[in-house]
Design a protein around this ligand. Structure first.
Ligand code: DLL
Length: 418
């Protein structure tokens, strides 16, 4: 379903709209102590490539309110990240920003297959995390019926799904796996549930995981992407009819992909670091913000007005360098999920033996995997990783239900090296 007319504007109109919004943003920031020095007066979107980047460090240095572009009294809501990799960063919204936040998420839900009256089970965390409230207000704006469950209380989540019969669930893919297991624990075949579409994001997940979830639930699994610094969820969304990557709501969030080392802008189709400029945000606009997420830009399909981004393979700071070879946790996920006998519940443990780093995949056996099949499964996975990624790893197959479950964002890597 199409939510608003901007989704159908012809390309020339889209360009005109973006230029106009960029020009107005420049005018609004002309007296801003941080931005004014960085945006030359009268610049066009084509000039963006020569403007300096904004990084997480800029946000940390000015935490919490140093980069605001409006008076504090204009703020209607503030979110914050947990700051596990440093200081927290904030997301701040004016009345207009909240309106935008609702609309881009309504557009995302509509592309994912929701419409007025659709019952949406929202298991993204409510609170400082942008996921819960972002999804919530977007669903309400579209006219859906929202069940605001937030994360946790897994048995109760399953009970509520059985009682309220939602067609759509919004949740991290890792927590979806925990919910599927809980269905089975309660003796209910998850394929008989009312859920037909899952809108999964907030962490990287793979095509193999999509196949795993769609195989165990009778549903379409689609991807939603976003980040607090740019908005929260609803920056881009995969359309249910094509499931071929995420259309970026470019009329608000202007994307570039750069070489993460040189900073050079890469052509569409090349993999690199995603960079965003917010065209319409008021409280905290960002210019050329380096997301550290790795992906590539592709032409639009189901929404030809917008380019797509490929599923994010990971963040540049999630990359493990193991004895000189780059390894992303998503590469391991792809292979774990495809190995017979192994469940998708696994952790990556990094340790140091002498001067050598070691990587162990600690993975649960599937409940129907007999004990004598565990060693062959471990060997098969280690061999696949060696063949496809090019590194030697250890694999430890453990009992079902022994790897910690995530309730929100998954912590896949346990680094014991220091
Ligand atoms: O995770 C916003 C969000 C909430 C997106 C709910 C989707 C659904 P942050 O907590 O600021 O915001 O984390 C942002 O999470 O830079 C990516 O590294 C990662 N991320 C988010 N969505 C995806 C996705 C929310 N679909 C950071 N695929 C981002 C891969 C994702 N990584």
């Amino acid at each position: 379903m199409i939510f608003d007319e901007a989704e159908q504007l012809p390309a020339s109109e889209q360009s005109r709209l973006k230029e106009e919004r960029w020009r107005r943003l420049g005018e609004r920031l002309a007296a801003h102590p941080f931005h004014s020095r960085r945006i030359p007066a009268g610049s066009s979107l084509d000039d963006l490539v020569s403007l300096p980047f904004t990084t997480k460090q800029h946000l940390w240095d000015t935490y919490p309110f140093g980069l605001l572009a409006v008076d504090r009294s204009e703020l209607r809501r503030v979110h914050a990240t947990s700051g596990t990799k440093g200081r927290p960063t904030i997301a701040a919204y004016t009345h207009g920003d909240l309106e935008l936040f609702r609309n881009v998420n309504a557009r995302a839900l509509a592309s994912a297959g929701a419409g007025p009256g659709t019952v949406v089970h929202n298991a993204y965390g409510y609170g400082l995390f942008t996921g819960g409230l972002g999804a919530h207000y977007g669903a309400e704006r579209l006219g859906c019926t929202v069940v605001p469950v937030s994360g946790g209380m897994t048995p109760r989540q399953v009970q509520l799904i059985r009682d309220f019969e939602p067609a759509i669930i919004m949740v991290t893919p890792s927590y979806m796996l925990a919910l599927i297991d809980e269905f089975e624990r309660q003796g209910v075949d998850p394929r008989t549930s009312s859920l037909r579409i899952g809108i999964f994001g907030a962490e990287p997940w793979t095509e193999a995981m999509r196949a795993e979830i769609e195989g165990r639930m009778d549903m379409h699994a689609v991807d939603i992407y976003g980040l607090s610094e740019v908005m929260g969820p609803g920056v881009s969304q995969e359309c249910v009819e094509t499931k071929d990557g995420l259309h970026i709501w470019e009329d608000h969030f202007y994307p570039e992909v750069i070489d993460p080392v040189s900073g050079e802008v890469l052509p569409d189709g090349a993999i690199g670091e995603l960079v965003f400029t917010s065209l319409t945000k008021q409280a905290l606009p960002v210019i050329r913000y380096r997301t550290r997420d790795l992906t590539r830009l592709l032409p639009g399909t189901a929404r030809p007005a917008f380019r797509r981004m490929e599923k994010v393979t990971g963040r540049s700071d999630d990359m493990i360098i193991l004895r000189g070879v780059n390894v992303f946790p998503t590469q391991l996920e792809e292979l774990v999920v495809r190995t017979a006998g192994l469940s998708p519940h696994f952790q990556v443990i990094l340790e140091r033996e002498g001067r050598l780093d070691t990587l162990t995949v600690r993975v649960e056996a599937r409940s129907d995997c007999p004990p004598e099949r565990r060693d062959p499964a471990a060997e098969a996975l280690a061999r696949e990783v060696k063949d496809r990624v090019g590194v030697t790893i250890a694999v430890e197959v453990v009992d079902p239900d022994t790897v910690e479950r995530s309730v929100g964002k998954l912590q896949r890597v346990v680094d014991r090296r220091s």
